[in-house]
Design a protein around this ligand. Structure first.
Ligand SMILES: [Zn+2]
Length: 532
């Protein structure tokens, strides 16, 4: 038994040793494989301090702790960048093709990030490919071409260096390790978003999102049938989609701070102070008030067209002016409009320079100048979205001190509240600018925020991470011109009668059609604020 066991043990040990030898592939593993890993570490570091830094350099921080968090994010992305360079460098021919492509594309994106603060987003791709080729050509400067030449030259020398590393043994082993380095962080909820929005992975994820968005818009929704009639020849309807504005932080609703002084002075303003949104996130909320969706038919948000189509049937010229990125869940409605303009292409919540709703005004002026007598203009604003300080100018920094860190917990409650209230003050100015432009018209403006915001309730802030009541109570108001008031006093009376009533945000679809003086069987008067 002993002799047999010993022989078995020796055989087993030999197998393990051989496996180990195969795995290490004799001495060449420790030389060539280590050279390859070192090579990848060097190029990852180089990429990190040149191109990847473009995604971080303007992030605000106020303490060593904040800086450490930023560095940890940078490091996390560096890890997956290392995984990418590692996997492509296993085969020198794959490397020689893919590395220059990654470098040149990253260089172009980093260039626009440094110079124009643009981020790669589906809208940017659309702008380049579809919207306005002339504008795209304008964006090509000699500096950009110089950057590309430098990037290509660097890639060329790096590729030569890769060719100097001879035979890499155990390629499958390197493949598994590099695959794990990439796919473990990409499958973690805490890191996927940060990685997908930044180079080099943003190249892949944004193109995929662009294709996916197009597919979803291409799936046609049936048009409304039946009679649609408009009783007025001339009318301007403006719908402002607000962002993260809670009704209780508006002075017009009794908030103790002067956050909406101009709105309070305006005579034809009715604040709908008791609106409830079933949803507390932009992409979930918008499809439900754009369509005939309600509690019993939430599916309509994803299967039916919006009020835009009905208004087009009624002879309205329609436009969507976007100061926010498009999201798949409501892109369909943006495309439903006759015209779609992106005002803020390339701005995402990772960017911390000014991102203001007043940028919409020149585009609004263009729309108002158009000859069509019936107009629907939708303004999708960025309003009071976190990071608050980017959404108001210095002139509107009335409540101080404001936040000085993008890490929420590094700021005090007062700082967060001050910054938030300043965004409302700036929105008040923006609304005033829109109203001014509409005063001499037969016009009505409806403002509805997509959802509310948490301001310290139960120790929580902003929206989305936990779900509580303040996030479901959005700000909402209606303004109408004197001409509108004289023409439609029944509607105005009904509006004043209904102003404190609790409506769910589904009211919007029905009410905006009635405000536009449209008669259609699709209006449900129970959800119409312009009727008693
Ligand atoms: Zn939102």
């Amino acid at each position: 038994m002993n002799t047999q066991n010993k022989a078995d043990n020796i055989q087993c040990l030999t197998r393990v040793r051989n496996f180990g030898k195969n795995l290490l592939c004799n001495n060449s593993f420790s030389t060539n494989s280590l050279r390859l890993i070192k090579f990848c570490l060097y190029i990852t570091f180089f990429y990190g301090v040149t191109l990847l830094l473009a995604e971080f350099y303007d992030n605000p921080f106020s303490s060593i702790g904040d800086f450490a968090i930023l560095v940890s994010h940078w490091l996390m992305i560096e890890v997956v960048v290392f995984g990418l360079f590692y996997i492509i460098s296993i085969n020198k021919y794959v490397f020689s093709v893919s590395f220059p492509i990654i470098m040149v594309l990253s260089t172009i994106i980093a260039y626009y990030r440094y110079t124009l603060h643009l981020t790669l987003m589906p809208e940017v791709i659309e702008l380049l490919l579809e919207n306005d080729l002339r504008t795209s050509i304008d964006l090509v400067s000699w500096q950009l071409i110089l950057w590309i030449i430098i990037s290509f030259t660097v890639s060329f020398f790096v590729t030569i260096h890769r060719f100097r590393i001879k035979q890499i043994p155990c390629k499958w082993f390197h493949c598994i390790i590099s695959f794990l380095i990439i796919f473990v962080p990409l499958n973690m909820e805490m890191s996927i978003n940060a990685i997908a929005k930044r180079i080099p992975y943003s190249i892949f994820f944004t193109v995929a999102e662009y294709i996916d968005n197009h597919r979803s818009v291409a799936s046609e929704r049936p048009d409304f049938d039946g009679l649609v009639k408009c009783n007025t020849d001339t009318m301007t309807v403006v719908f402002i989609i607000g962002e993260s504005l809670r009704a209780s932080s508006m002075q017009i609703n009794g908030y103790e701070r002067e956050t909406t002084p101009l709105l309070c002075k305006e005579k034809n303003v009715v604040s709908m102070s008791n609106i409830y949104s079933d949803y507390n996130l932009t992409h979930l909320s918008i499809p439900h008030f754009m369509t005939r969706s309600d509690e019993r038919h939430p599916d309509r948000a994803y299967t039916e067209r919006s009020f835009v189509s009905l208004m087009k049937h009624a002879g309205y010229s329609t436009a969507w002016l976007a100061n926010q990125e498009s999201i798949k869940s409501f892109l369909y409605f943006m495309k439903e409009c006759d015209r779609l303009k992106y005002v803020s292409s390339g701005k995402v919540s990772y960017i911390y320079d000014k991102w203001l709703d007043t940028d919409l005004l020149p585009y609004l002026d263009d729309e108002l100048r158009r000859k069509e007598p019936r107009k629907l203009i939708i303004l999708h604003t960025v309003g009071s979205h976190w990071y608050y300080n980017t959404h108001f100018t210095d002139e509107y920094q009335k409540f101080i001190p404001v936040t000085n860190s993008k890490i929420l917990s590094s700021n005090t409650f007062e700082q967060i509240r001050n910054s938030y209230d300043n965004t409302i003050l700036f929105s008040d100015y923006f609304w005033n600018q829109v109203i001014k432009r509409l005063k001499k018209r037969n016009a009505v403006l409806i403002y509805l925020s997509d959802h509310g915001e948490c301001m310290g309730e139960d120790g929580h802030f902003i929206h989305g991470s936990v779900d509580n009541e303040p996030q479901h109570l959005p700000g909402c108001f209606v303004w109408y011109s004197d001409i509108f008031a004289s023409k439609y006093h029944d509607k105005v009376d009904a509006l004043l009668f209904n102003k404190d009533k609790r409506y769910k945000s589904y009211f919007l679809f029905h009410s905006i059609l009635d405000a536009a003086d449209i008669k259609t069987e699709y209006i449900d008067n129970h959800l119409n604020i312009f009727t008693r």
